[in-house]
Design a protein around this ligand. Structure first.
Ligand code: ZN
Length: 463
């Protein structure tokens, strides 16, 4: 029988076993907590790690707790050929759940609970794939090590700790994204910039945005002096042009204005509608008093015009065939009568360098007297034509029945800092897992498919 069919047969009827193995991991409330001895990320993570190591041992693997930072499970005693990186930490449950978030609930092919998709379900699926290969007796000359991390959502200090004293493997995969293969993660540059000035008599203030990596849905401005007619006309013009809506409240002799746009991840600003840049467009049309505030509003509007998602005005628009276009999102702005602070988040084309991007921005901001601090984080690129990637795509195609391909993303995955690593599964495009939201879900059939694909990849990469 072909290995393909052996793997398919072995996975038959494993639904119950997968769900039973996953349930105690979901029950561990593994959000970042206060550090304690041997528990660098708190008790919840320590509990999840203990459960995961117990499962690995119960399934017959050599398993080790690396100082509470990661757990490892090894398929054999051979030298490492492949590292698979999955994580046990989860983002907080938040509100809006129809079922208890830290209890695995099954409804037919669907399972619900925090972490069933990100990333505990895929972690168990990979462990099952390792068991499949061992029980089928597939001869391997290289080891597979499953690295079970505990800090993916909050900075990946777990991997930094592990790899500070352990070598990288020739190949690395992470089932913490979607199939087929993500082999390019854009470079990013998200500087903070600011200027202080001597307190003016103007009382204009602006506040917009919540996080640097989110295109802002809200921005408010206070102390805006203007007659009603001029303001109404300007708002109508900007609303028609941008689609952002505005609300105004008249204070004594000025206005408080709120802009309502649409939030989106900073790597896909075109999916949102930036309330800060719309507010800047509106304010730059109004007869504001001369001074640092007005000067700054005009400059910010020129450098970040509404709808310029690619940094054209900033002079850093670039494009390549692999990673695509640079995207730019002005995500945070605070201004009062003593100065301003702002931050933009750029995800960069592979044509971008420290010189033509970070330096170019720095030079422009300096001429305006603005301070600018930020680090250029290089892109992560793995050759899409390599044997490694061809193997992954072929395994994916065999078991999914879909056409495989490589893709690039603006965000970064768990393997961003692991040389040669790629994100491989475990979700599918088109299935909404409610990632990081209430009612997170996964399909059991998709998890078992992931196990099949990983089993085939292990057999091919570690022969
Ligand atoms: Zn994740």
């Amino acid at each position: 029988m072909s290995l393909e069919n052996q793997i398919r047969n072995w996975m038959q009827g494993k639904e119950e076993e997968l769900v039973t193995a996953l349930a105690p991991l979901i029950a561990a409330e593994s959000t970042l907590g206060e550090a304690k001895p041997g528990m660098p990320f708190g008790e919840g993570l320590a509990k999840a790690l203990e459960e995961a190591l117990a499962l690995a041992k119960a399934w017959g693997f050599r398993a080790e707790n690396i100082d509470g930072y990661v757990g490892t499970a090894d398929l054999s005693n051979c030298p490492d050929g492949l590292h698979v990186l999955a994580h046990l930490d989860v983002v907080g449950a938040g509100t809006g759940w129809d079922t208890p978030p830290y209890r695995l609930i099954r409804q037919g092919d669907l399972i619900f609970g925090r972490g069933v998709d990100d990333d505990k379900g895929p972690l168990v699926a990979v462990l099952l794939a390792m068991r499949c290969i061992r029980e089928l007796g597939v001869p391997l000359s290289k080891n597979v090590k499953l690295i079970m991390g505990t800090d993916e959502e909050t900075g990946s200090r777990d991997l930094a700790y592990y790899y500070a004293s352990h070598p990288y493997a020739p190949y690395a995969l992470s089932p913490d994204s979607v199939f087929p293969v993500t082999n390019v993660e854009k470079a990013c540059y998200a500087p903070k910039f600011s200027k202080k000035w001597v307190a003016t008599a103007n009382s204009i203030s602006i506040n917009g945005g919540i996080r640097k990596n989110v295109a802002p849905s809200n921005c408010s401005a206070e102390g805006i002096p203007c007659d009603r007619e001029t303001l109404t006309k300007a708002i109508q013009t900007v609303r028609e042009k941008t689609g952002v809506s505005f609300e105004c409240i008249q204070m004594d002799d000025s206005w408080k204005i709120s802009a309502m746009g649409k939030a989106a991840h900073a790597s896909t600003p075109n999916e949102g509608n930036n309330a800060i840049t719309a507010m800047l467009e509106l304010l730059s049309m109004l007869p504001l008093p001369e001074g640092s505030e007005k000067e700054t509003i005009v400059s910010l509007h020129q450098l970040f015009p509404h709808g310029d998602h690619h940094g054209q005005a900033l002079g850093i628009a670039m494009e390549d065939d692999v990673a695509g276009k640079t995207t730019v999102t002005l995500s945070l702005l605070h201004m009062d009568n003593q100065g301003f602070e702002a931050q933009f988040d750029a995800r960069l084309s592979l044509a971008a360098t420290e010189e033509n991007t970070a330096q170019a921005v720095y030079t422009q901001f300096s001429t305006l007297g603005w301070d600018c601090h930020g680090t250029f984080h290089p892109a992560h690129v793995v050759d899409g034509d390599s044997d490694f990637i061809r193997t992954l795509i072929s395994c994916y195609e065999t078991f999914s029945g879909n056409v495989g391909y490589c893709e690039s993303m603006g965000g970064s995955t768990y393997v961003h800092n692991v040389p040669g690593g790629v994100a491989f599964g475990a979700g599918e495009h088109g299935f909404d897992s409610h990632l990081h939201g209430p009612n997170e879900r996964a399909r059991i059939s998709q998890l078992l498919k992931t196990s099949e694909i990983y089993a085939a990849a292990i057999a091919a990469l570690c022969r």
